[in-house]
Design a protein around this ligand. Sequence first.
Ligand code: FAD
Length: 231
Amino acid sequence: MVLARRTETATAVTLLLHVEGQPAATAGQRVEIRLTAEDGYTADREYSLARAGEPDRAEITVQAIDGGEVSPFLVDELEIGSELQVRGPIGGWFVWRPDQTEPVLLVAGGSGIVPLMAMVRARREAGSKAPFRLVYSVRSREEMFYRSELRMPDPGVDVTEVYTREAPEGSRRPAGRLTVADVNTGGWPPDFAPTAYICGPTGFVESAADMLLALGHDARRIRTERFGPTS
Ligand SMILES: Cc1cc2nc3c(=O)[nH]c(=O)nc-3n(C[C@H](O)[C@H](O)[C@H](O)COP(=O)(O)OP(=O)(O)OC[C@H]3O[C@@H](n4cnc5c(N)ncnc54)[C@H](O)[C@@H]3O)c2cc1C
């Protein structure tokens, strides 16, 4: 059942769901949402959890995709008290656990920030000292999720914003796709042996992973999660 809705951007909302019996999730895990029409037709989609750790709760952030079957419904139609089917948490590879102490590099493309935000939050909740860096590629400042939270002073999490369509005044670079230089300056040198988590549209994830490999990062320390087609 939907307990709360929060607007993230003009086209994305965060939904807090009560999911009876759901175990506490690890940061990076996801859930499966099933919508069932009156005629019995069902549509299933996966959504990453934006926050880990609380049993019976699922917090997701959904970006409405134009013409999409499920996401516009979740963003525009669901109200507090609406019921939906949720299964999870799912996933054991694209996760960060508070007992990890190595440096972490998070690379997000668009809504790919969602599971990475769960990691940032889990780190803070656990009082972890693991050094985190986040490179967040987004079309414009208006499309950033969790903007005020990411700008809170939080020593240990350095955030580099990369604007692909429209850079705000005073940005350190003009608008454009993520480059090796962005990942190099916003990330860790390979010698620090960071674990990298990359999440976003398929094309974004593949090119960011190629950049890390080109910079000399160990393929075994790069974890990826693909949300769908290149946007
Ligand atoms: C592991 C995993 C985790 C995910 N987590 C999130 C999340 O936290 N937040 C979130 O908003 N989405 C997330 N997604 C994407 C989500 O599952 C759906 O694919 C998305 O909401 C679109 O569903 P739809 O039914 O609205 O669109 P569909 O009806 O499935 O597709 C409509 C059109 O949009 C295109 N399309 C589908 N998905 C995308 C996409 N991601 N980007 C651009 N174009 C697309 C399709 O090719 C098609 O042309 C995740 C996906 C995966 C696999």
